[in-house]
Design a protein around this ligand. Structure first.
Ligand code: B12
Ligand code: SF4
Length: 483
């Protein structure tokens, strides 16, 4: 059977959409012909004309759903090809099945149940026992139960890197994306894991690790076959089981030897963990500070950790030569400009090498959305922006200044003396700061985040992707409306 994946390339940089790549591998193993096309109407039309797919497949995140759904609807108005939609948004909102152009919705993890769906679909058989699927039957929406999580992640085929072989955005990057584990032990109030763990309760362990040998084999293939020079591990939190991380340090260093960056939490940054990551070749850790106030961190964000502990961990990470890229949420429900400036100060205290600040997005179904709604701080009329940088459904006190702070944040953390003038800066439009912030970000990407010997081809590709986004997209998008 012929399956066409419509991939949201426009919202991606060089990061590969692993969900689609994993499913493509599974379907190809079963003998299906899988191709991909970017999310743009004329490209989809051209691909359909040449490939004549039997099924359209798409993966959606909440912020890009409004745009992707309209694209799918327009394609389906011209071509009567059945469609299936999966990914985090579909997982939490199977009701999107009621939208024009969506025939099937797939919830949760796909590698096994998607194949079952393809078998049934090909034979025109009933879908009653096809786990994870939501579909219409006799005019009613049915949602079948979820299959348990895949227990043995080593049994899953490596992502299909050939699927996006025609897209230079990915092929001309020498940084490749890998997941060494699935799941997270925490339940932050703004994160999809909070809902996800609830859905999968009693359906398997929420945190699963691949074996070190399996991860190393994938990275070796990326280095050998695809010329990878750096690996970006996209795990929610890079594995922190001591025996695993020690084995990884030894084998990855010896058999792969590529620098890498990854996500982690201050909560797991022991001396042993950080030292093993450094030995393995870790160059940068992306870590959530989220807010500088311990009370807000615990009560609003459901994250329990002390500022003093974060500062000590940051010292430890730096002492091993690893850079720190912090993630921060400003404009929280019940928050204030002063709270966000407190967050700025904590980032200065822990000497973040780059500090990204984003407006908090209360995604539907998350506890933080409920918190905002209960307090009357939810603005239902605002649409979710396609990223969390530029707009928010939270009614933020001092909104204009908080939005300016988002732009100033990384600059002030990098040049802490500016902190003394922060209230003065916030009184004036942030336009010029946007240009400085963009340049600083570009510089930091190269000097702190992607610290490896970048090929010229990749440098050009990264630069193009970086400048694809206008300097102050917030202003431009609000004027023009979402594409
Ligand atoms: C890598 C990553 C990115 C990358 C690439 C994203 C991408 N589109 O692939 C980048 C950095 C670009 C990114 C950006 C953003 N991201 Co992001 N990102 C992730 C991360 C860490 C890993 C994604 C991944 O590769 N997972 C591994 C694969 C195997 O899982 P999967 O994609 O879910 O796919 C499986 C199933 O969902 C299912 N499936 C998926 N698609 C389909 C399709 C069909 C047809 C079927 C049958 C099944 C199916 O089967 C797959 C295999 O089991 C996740 C967290 C996470 N743990 O998943 C967040 C996450 C997906 N991101 C999230 C968000 C919010 C964002 C941003 C808004 C943040 C920002 N910076 O502005 C942007 C939005 C970009 C956009 N509009 O698309 C949220 C989404 C929440 C939601 N409700 O949608 C997540 C879940 C993180 C979170 N903490 O809540 N992100
Ligand atoms: S630690 Fe990160 S991935 Fe885990 S629940 Fe919190 S925000 Fe989500």
């Amino acid at each position: 059977m012929k399956i066409l994946f419509i991939v949201n390339t426009k919202d991606l940089g060089f990061e590969e959409p692993l969900g689609a790549l994993y499913l493509s591998s599974a379907a190809k193993r079963r003998g299906h012909d899988v191709r991909a096309v970017e999310n743009e109407l004329t490209s989809v039309e051209a691909k359909i004309a040449g490939f004549r797919p039997d099924l359209l497949a798409m993966s959606v995140l909440t912020p890009s759903f409004p745009y992707l759904y309209r694209l799918l609807r327009d394609v389906k108005r011209r071509h009567k090809i059945p469609s299936i939609v999966g990914g985090p948004h579909a997982t939490h909102f199977p009701e999107i099945l009621k939208e024009e152009g969506i025939d099937y919705v797939f919830r949760g993890e796909g590698e096994i149940s998607f194949l079952k769906f393809l078998d049934r679909f090909e034979k025109g058989a009933a879908m009653d026992d096809c786990e994870n699927l939501s579909y219409m039957k006799d005019g009613q929406m049915r949602s079948n139960p979820l299959a348990p999580f895949v227990e043995d992640l080593d049994s899953v085929a490596f992502p299909d890197r050939e699927l996006l072989g025609g897209y230079r955005q990915f092929t001309e990057s020498d940084v490749r994306s890998v997941m060494a584990s699935r799941g997270c032990p925490y339940q932050c109030s703004y994160c999809f894991n909070n809902q996800y763990q609830g859905m999968y309760k009693d359906l398997g362990k929420r945190l699963r690790l691949r074996s070190v040998d399996n991860v190393v084999a994938e990275c070796k293939a990326l280095k050998g076959r695809y010329g990878a020079r750096m690996i970006h591990f996209f795990d929610d939190i890079f594995p922190f089981k001591p025996a695993w991380v020690e084995e990884f340090a030894e084998k990855y260093k010896a058999e792969v030897g590529l620098p890498f960056l990854t996500n982690t939490s201050f909560n797991v940054c022991s001396e042993q963990y950080v030292s093993a990551l450094a030995r393995a070749g870790c160059k940068c850790l992306l870590i959530g500070v989220e807010t500088g106030n311990e009370y807000f961190r615990e009560k609003i964000l459901f994250r329990k950790m002390k500022n003093s502990m974060m500062v000590e961990c940051a010292k430890l990470v730096h002492s091993h030569g690893i850079r720190i890229y912090t993630q921060n949420l400003i404009g929280l429900p019940h928050g204030s400009l002063e709270l966000d400036i407190e967050t700025l100060r904590v980032n200065i205290a822990l000497k973040a090498d780059y500090a990204g600040a984003y407006l908090c997005q209360p995604y539907p179904g998350t506890p933080i959305e409920a918190i905002a709604k209960e307090a009357g701080l939810f603005d239902a009329d605002k649409e979710f922006n396609r990223s969390f940088y530029y707009s928010s459904k939270i009614k933020i006190a001092d909104r204009e200044k908080v939005e300016r702070l988002r732009i100033l944040f990384p600059i002030v953390v990098n040049f802490p003396a500016l902190h003394n003038f922060i209230y003065l800066f916030l009184r004036f439009p942030s336009g010029p700061w946007g240009v400085i912030g963009k340049l600083l970000h570009g510089y930091k990407i190269k000097s702190a985040i992607l610290r490896y010997n970048m090929s010229a081809r990749s440098f050009i590709n990264h630069t193009k992707l970086f400048f694809r986004r206008p300097i102050n997209r917030m202003v431009l998008e609000e004027k023009a409306g979402e594409p």
